[in-house]
Design a protein around this ligand. Structure first.
Ligand SMILES: *Cc1c(COP(=O)(O)O)cnc(C)c1O
Length: 362
């Protein structure tokens, strides 16, 4: 028996989720966000699964665009942080990658770009309140005019903004950002793309011509207290391992590094072959849910590099070799993330190289 931790990637779930995004986004085109190795699910595998349905892919780095082109994908690919150096421009033209323009430093690079290398499609990023990337709203018109006049720039210039708090459906921040974006871009030609996953769920006003969804494609939600499943999405990753030992411990015995868990009674403690060396979060607290043969076996003691320890009192039939599920169908990764003080995206992105990835058509 192998001790390997397995991340099973459900290709059918990816396709289901994209169809669900499309239904929610009623009419908008879907830019499938596959940055960070498709949120840890594997860039090439996810792109292959979504190829016939996604009108565009979005990545964070030119290198990911290169991987997608090398794998044969022909659709539009947007690099969400744009060119970082003047040399990036020619590379983006060569690969037909679309550029995000968010800063004055990029403008002279574009002005000098060689039109003979092919027209570069660009999107202007307007900073409506996130204060990360983007031009101030008051500059959107001027930048739009500058770009449309440049010889190497394709005539259709897109307009984007990004929300800081779109998962707060009751908050005012997103409404204000939508309003600022409208005012800044009113009357300008070009497609609009505002919504990330949470905005697709909660802010129909922000739909625009394109939605840029990452999390929901993987069945992940960042809405407090709600999993992707609560919105009709299916988890695209199931993370599993095996029980490698079961110890019968006496009341008062302590478990793991620094003995942070004390057995309240004589009990069975299971040891499962996964740890932070695989990407299971070290910050997961005592009581974080884990399933053994589908039954609840809460985490006890510290997460170590290769192993975790589990309270087996609720699983009296557990045997060495039994399957342990860390997240997936039946145990939302959002629940585990909350117990580890983080978000689901952080966990799926954190799978390490020793995790074995297996494709599942379902
Ligand atoms: C990552 C990212 C997205 C996707 O966000 P999700 O919450 O995963 O849908 C959209 N737009 C930009 C600019 C991003 O960086």
């Amino acid at each position: 028996m192998s001790r390997t931790t397995v991340a099973t990637i459900h290709l059918g779930a990816l396709r289901h989720n994209l169809a669900r995004v499309r239904a929610l986004a009623s009419g908008a085109r879907v830019m499938a966000v596959v940055k960070a190795d498709a949120y840890g699910h594997g860039l090439e595998r996810v792109a292959r699964a979504l190829d016939s349905e996604a009108e565009a892919f979005a990545v964070a780095a030119i290198a990911d665009g290169l991987r997608l082109r090398a794998a044969g994908h022909r659709q539009r690919i947007v690099v969400l942080s744009g060119p970082d150096t003047p040399a990036d421009i020619a590379e983006m033209q060569r690969l037909k990658l679309e550029a995000l323009i968010h800063h004055d430093a990029q403008l002279p690079w574009l002005a000098r770009a060689d039109a003979a290398r092919g027209a570069l499609t660009v999107w202007i990023k307007v900073d409506t309140g996130m204060h990360r990337l983007g031009f101030a709203p008051a500059r959107a018109r001027e930048v739009h005019a500058l770009l449309t006049a440049m010889p190497a720039i394709a005539p259709e210039v897109g307009l984007m903004t990004h929300f800081a708090s779109s998962e707060e459906f009751e908050g005012r921040d997103t409404a204000l950002q939508i309003q600022r974006f409208r005012e800044a871009t009113d009357g300008l030609e070009g497609p609009r793309a505002l919504s990330n996953s949470a905005a697709v769920l909660g802010w129909p006003d922000a739909r625009g011509d394109w939605v840029r969804t990452g999390g929901l494609l993987y069945g992940l939600s960042v809405v407090e207290g709600r999993s992707g499943a609560d919105f009709g999405f299916r988890p695209a990753m199931t993370l599993t391992t095996r029980l490698v030992a079961i110890n019968q411990l006496a009341r008062g015995e302590r478990v793991g590094y620094n003995g942070t868990y004390t057995c309240p009674e004589d009990m069975a403690v299971g040891v499962a072959a996964i740890g932070y060396g695989d990407g299971y979060p070290r910050s997961a607290v005592q009581g974080t849910p884990v399933l053994v043969n589908g039954q609840l076996a809460p985490l006890v003691g510290r997460v170590s590099m290769d192993l975790i320890t589990l309270d087996l009192r609720g699983v009296p039939d557990a045997r060495v070799g039994d399957r342990v599920t860390l997240w997936g169908a039946g145990l939302p990764v959002e629940t585990v993330a909350a117990a580890a003080g983080t978000i689901s995206y952080d966990l799926t992105c954190g799978m390490t190289r020793r995790v074995l990835f297996v494709d599942d058509e379902g």
